[in-house]
Structure formats: structure tokens, C-alpha cells
Design a protein around this ligand. Structure first.
Ligand code: AMP
Length: 281
């Protein structure tokens, strides 16, 4: 496995692969890897001949400096995990490599970035689109894989790639969970024991929503059961509950006429967790 910290180094490697006709897959991450990330790597490997993973904690997608500073990191462990997974190259740039002094170009999906979770975290999806564009231009993959867990992010990326005519196939990967149902996240290690135990309420709320839907429940009744389930957990504060069309993320109401994306975010002490499920009509 090759490790690159510069754009030139990584580009040289990918160009050499291309000359042999290899198809290149890419998984962008912020590191502190878990099985969810590795499932995306396996998906990339099954769609491409070579796999690049980036590890970059992107400052422009964090609203608060404290959240950025507290983001967990463990480069040595990440590299061991990626090597064991058979990754071909890892790109670990410094902030100055991605954002050169004087950098001022932003990329924004103007509607998708500013609705739903984008209202809870202003500027977040602009930061995501801006860094993923830079990474795509550096790696120039044929295929890139993103988790469905960050459902709005996946839709932002799909729309950006479509609008900017980027020749990259975007593939979504299902959410990988802990044994009790909590969606794996690099942030989970920052939860206190009590909050970690309480956080299972997110997946329980989604299970309850699915149960309501299978008995013909409306969007309103799905929202009510999620609200009630989370309200019953005193350690959780619901900060976002979005029930939207699965692809364009417009609000839905009444009986389910199309797949419904349910996206929830909740605060446990100072940690914001998200979870999501697409419920079929
Ligand atoms: P992050 O390192 O949090 O930026 O995540 C990197 C990629 O991994 C994103 O595409 C995420 O959606 C995805 N991801 C994060 N957690 C999970 C999970 N539990 N299951 C599947 N994919 C995930």
C-alpha cells in the first residue's frame, strides 16, 4: 500500500495505473476508521481495479473550531486497517496541500446544501462539496463511494457531479451498525457511557417508524412515533427530523407515494449524532 501526502505523488501513482487501463475507485474519509468505512472500501474494490482512500479532516465543513479540534484521529491504526483491507493507495494531505494560501473557490449546491440538516449546520455541505471537488480533481476516480448514513451528503454529491458534468460514478453504501443498532461513527468514541447507551434510541426510533409504515401509516404518523420515541429518552435532544422524498429531498406528507427518506439528528451532551433510513411505500 502506498501512502502519499502530496498531490503530485498521488497523481503520479494514479496516472501509472491508468496507463495500464485500470479503473480507479475512491473512498474519501476523515479517518478514525471503522467497519462502515471498510464496507465502502470493499464496495469500491468490487467496482474498480485499484482503490484510493483519502484521510483528510476537512476544516471547511466544521462550524465550530472546537468540534474540529476534538475530531478523533489515529493515523497509524487507520493505515493498518486499510492495508489489511487491500487498499492500493492512501492520500493523507495537510490542510495547506488542499487549500493553498489564498484559496477562495467554493462549490455549493444552492438548494440541497441549505435545507434540512444544512439548516442545523450552516456552511457544512458547502464545505463538503468544496473539498470533494478538490479531491475528485486530484484523484480523478472513475467511481467514488459514499455512505447512505450521511444521506443528504450523498444527494449533494450526486447533484454536484451531475451539474458539473464530472465523469464519476457515485455509489451509495448502506449504513453499518454496532450490535445494538447504533450507526457506526467516528464520533461515537466521544460519547460518555450513559450517552452511548442512550444513543441506541436513534435506530429504535427508525425501527418504530418502519413498523408504522408497514401498517400503512402516513408521514405524519411516522413523524409522531419518532418524536415520541426520542422524547422518551431524557439524554437525547432531537435537533432535526426530516421526512423527505428519497432523491430530491422535498418534504412529503400523507400516505407514502414514493420511498421516504427519514433523517434524524439528535444531541447527546455536546455530541451531535445522525441516522437515516429509506422507507419503501
Ligand atoms: P467520514 O469519515 O465520517 O467523513 O465518513 C466517510 C464516509 O464513510 C462517508 O461517505 C460516510 O457516509 C461513510 N460512513 C460513515 N459512517 C458509516 C457507517 N456506519 N456505515 C457506512 N458508511 C459510513
Amino acid at each position: 500500500m502506498e501512502i502519499f501526502r502530496t498531490i503530485n505523488g498521488l497523481r503520479g501513482c494514479v496516472q501509472a495505473w491508468r496507463q495500464t487501463g485500470a479503473k480507479v475507485g475512491f473512498v474519501p474519509t476523515m479517518g478514525f476508521l471503522h467497519d462502515g468505512h471498510l464496507s465502502l472500501v470493499r464496495r469500491a474494490q468490487s467496482h474498480a481495479d485499484r482503490c484510493v482512500v483519502s484521510i483528510f479532516v476537512n476544516p471547511t465543513q466544521f462550524g465550530q473550531a472546537a468540534d474540529l479540534d476534538a475530531y478523533p484521529r489515529n493515523e497509524a491504526r487507520d493505515l493498518d486497517m486499510l492495508e489489511a483491507q487491500g487498499v492500493d493507495a492512501v492520500f493523507i494531505p495537510e490542510v495547506n496541500e488542499i487549500y493553498a494560501p489564498g484559496d477562495e473557490t467554493i462549490v455549493e449546491t444552492t438548494r440541497l446544501a441549505n435545507i434540512l440538516h444544512g439548516q442545523v449546520r450552516p456552511g457544512h455541505y458547502r464545505g463538503v462539496a468544496s473539498v470533494v471537488t478538490r479531491l475528485f480533481n486530484i484523484v480523478q476516480p472513475d467511481v467514488a463511494v459514499f455512505g447512505e448514513k450521511d444521506y443528504q451528503q450523498l444527494q449533494v454529491i450526486r447533484r454536484m457531479v451531475r451539474d458539473l458534468h464530472m465523469p464519476i460514478e457515485i455509489i451509495g453504501g448502506p449504513t453499518v451498525r454496532e450490535a445494538d443498532g447504533l450507526a457506526m461513527s467516528s464520533r461515537n468514541v466521544r460519547l460518555t457511557d450513559a450517552d452511548r447507551a442512550a444513543a441506541v434510541v436513534l435506530s429504535r426510533a427508525l425501527d418504530a417508524a418502519e413498523a408504522v409504515a408497514t401498517t400503512g401509516g402516513t408521514v405524519e404518523s411516522i413523524r409522531a412515533v419518532i418524536q415520541d420515541t426520542i422524547d422518551a429518552e431524557p439524554r437525547a435532544t432531537l435537533t432535526g427530523l426530516d421526512t423527505v422524498h428519497h432523491s430530491d429531498l422535498t418534504e412529503m406528507s400523507g400516505s407514502l407515494g414514493a420511498p421516504l427518506a427519514v433523517m434524524i439528528s439528535a444531541q447527546f451532551s455536546d455530541i451531535l449524532l445522525i441516522d437515516q433510513r429509506v422507507i419503501q411505500p
